[in-house]
Design a protein. Sequence first.
Length: 136
Amino acid sequence: MITSVVAGMGADIFESYVGSIVATIAIGATLLPESLPHLKASPDVSNESIKAILMSMPIVLAVLGLVSSFIGIAFMKVLKQLSPAAALRYSTFIAAGLFLVGSYWLVTAYDVSNNVFWAIFFGTLAGILIGLITEY
């Protein structure tokens, strides 16, 4: 019997996106609490709560990115008087800015090292640069 699977456009991108989220959840689940002295500084924080924070963070960041994207798309109504390329560019900047503000708040609220935010920041910046270079 021959079967075929049709994935559609963007299926590989979605798979890569989900794979990266699952990988970061696995890293958070397997980290030794001794390697995270910043989180272990408080005596009332258990190893399980540290792992729960680290495992939930990638999912919360993905949701934050999704909400930021929806808000960026909503701004297209305001930006529609610009050229289509400029409207897309500025809505991307708005979504990225909202995501960065929200991710900074999340990293601070979770009391995780600021190095995590810098990784998010430079990853977002790289994504924007890739889009700008592709547009050029």
